[in-house]
Design a protein around this ligand. Structure first.
Ligand SMILES: [Zn+2]
Length: 467
């Protein structure tokens, strides 16, 4: 493997050259001597920073999202837009193909059920995923194809007062997938290229996968280099004790406390124990006050271990903040939701919760490690949008949302610079011995942070290789 030499780059304010060798930074200094076979890049005096880490993303869903319309804000904000997007997708698909839409939330265009979907797209099977994940709504054709009818006896198949299935299927992802035609193979190479263009060199895939088959496409794409990023995967409690396929890193076990179907506390405790039996920490999805309380109660019973974290922490009021800090838990937040979903939050969230929505600064000040993520495809996959949102705390219409939770530009960027196994820990640095996972910007860091944007990424280096 040839060495990569980045000439004339700015590291921590100093103009230097950086040599990467064998996947690590080997040398940093002024005018490093050239060696035969070096791969040289002119850094044009741009800032060189560690590559960004997205601490919570869903890679396969992101690959699929390129083919499946997104029917939530900011794309779809009312019933007319929902109709338009579904009709467009309907017209683009071949005969009999499933129309799969994601990201729905009833607050934008009202509740949907099979009959409403039938009125929008009657002639092909349709399935629409609720934005929280875990809940699907099918039209009548879709229900017939997966074998749901009045006689279906299964928890999660919602029924109306007359016992008819409404089309809503809750917590039946896996069951549903077994009844659907095989997905076209997700184009993870396209996802890899996209993340590379943002300067992302590592991610945690936070999908609560229930079967090892769900993780194989990731491992395969990572192994053949189609997905050049370092990938740590969580999987769900069912995979807690399972060895993940190489080269995936083993992250915490993902536990989902759904706000619309809060599991009994004993279940959460059982999940946590399954993770502990396998020696693994947990990453717990918590988007409401009540979910957070259930999670914290379970932690009290099972105990906390290093690496335990709260995903989203969408509502963390002061009393619970103190508990989270005292327990030593990290929070992985999505500042981009303030931008993308903030207007809807302002219209629909309990006013009591608004000041504590997607907190950032108050958590950091309380000593809680805070890591950043996009949650793509449920948020936009570009982490620089999240950096900007963490600084500005404004919704897409420009309304302020929790200005007191805004952080400095440097702190906002640091949310994405922490190690994959310690989100919110000490930000990585460009130094000798560190992994050569780097992001070269097209100007000084101070100028990039004035208006953070992935357009300023000039080059991404992963494992010492320029991508
Ligand atoms: Zn997620």
């Amino acid at each position: 493997m040839t060495d990569l030499v980045l000439r004339e780059v700015v590291v921590d304010g100093r103009l230097v050259d950086v040599r990467a060798s064998g996947g690590a930074i080997a040398e940093i200094g002024r005018r490093l001597a050239a060696r035969p076979g070096d791969d040289e890049v002119d850094g044009r005096r741009g800032a060189l920073i560690p590559g960004l880490h997205d601490h919570h993303i869903h890679l396969v869903a992101l690959a699929a999202a390129d083919r499946s319309p997104f029917v939530g804000p900011p794309v779809v904000n009312d019933a007319a837009q929902l109709t338009t997007v579904l009709h467009q997708s309907d017209a683009a698909l071949g005969e009999g193909e499933w129309l799969r839409a994601i990201g729905y939330h009833e607050s934008v265009a009202g509740p949907i059920d099979r009959w409403r979907l039938d009125s929008l797209v009657p002639d092909r099977p349709v399935r629409v995923q609720h934005r929280a994940g875990g809940a699907w709504v099918l039209n009548s054709r879709g229900l017939a194809l997966v074998g749901v009818d009045a006689s279906t006896d299964r928890t999660g198949v919602e029924r109306d007062g007359d016992g008819r299935p409404t089309g809503r299927l809750l917590g039946l992802d896996r069951w549903l997938r077994e009844r659907l035609p095989p997905h076209p193979v997700p184009d993870l190479a396209a996802v890899g290229r996209r993340l590379t263009s943002y300067g992302v060199t590592g991610v945690t895939d936070a999908t609560p996968a229930g079967a090892i088959d769900d993780l194989l496409p990731l491992a395969e794409a990572a192994a053949r280099g189609a997905l050049p990023q370092h990938v740590v995967a969580t999987g769900g409690p069912g995979l807690a004790a399972v060895e993940l396929p190489s080269p995936l890193g083993r992250g915490p076990v993902k536990l989902v406390i759904e706000d619309y179907a809060v599991p009994p506390p004993a279940t959460v405790v059982r999940w946590m124990r399954a993770a502990r039996d396998a020696g693994r920490p947990v990453a717990v999805h918590c988007v409401t006050r009540d979910c957070l309380r259930v999670a914290l109660d379970a932690w009290r019973e099972v105990g906390v271990m290093p690496g335990d974290r709260i995903e989203h922490g969408s509502v963390v009021p002061p009393d619970l903040r103190a508990v989270v800090a005292g327990m030593g838990l990290a929070v992985v937040t999505q500042p981009g939701f303030v931008l993308e979903r903030g207007d809807r939050y302002l219209a629909s969230v309990d006013p009591e919760d608004l000041p504590h929505l997607y907190p950032c600064r108050s958590l950091i000040e309380a000593g809680i490690p805070v890591g950043g993520s996009t949650d793509a495809p449920y948020g936009h996959p570009d982490p620089w949008r999240d950096v900007a949102a963490a600084i500005e705390r404004r919704t897409s219409s420009g309304a302020p949302l929790g200005l007191r939770e805004a952080v400095s530009p440097e702190r906002a960027l640091a949310l994405f610079l922490t190690p994959l196994d310690a989100p919110g820990g000490t930000p990585r640095r460009v130094e000798v011995g560190a992994a050569a996972d780097l992001c070269l910007l097209d100007g000084p860091l101070s100028s990039v942070l004035e208006d953070p944007s992935s357009r300023r990424v000039a080059l991404t280096v992963i494992g010492g290789v320029a991508r």
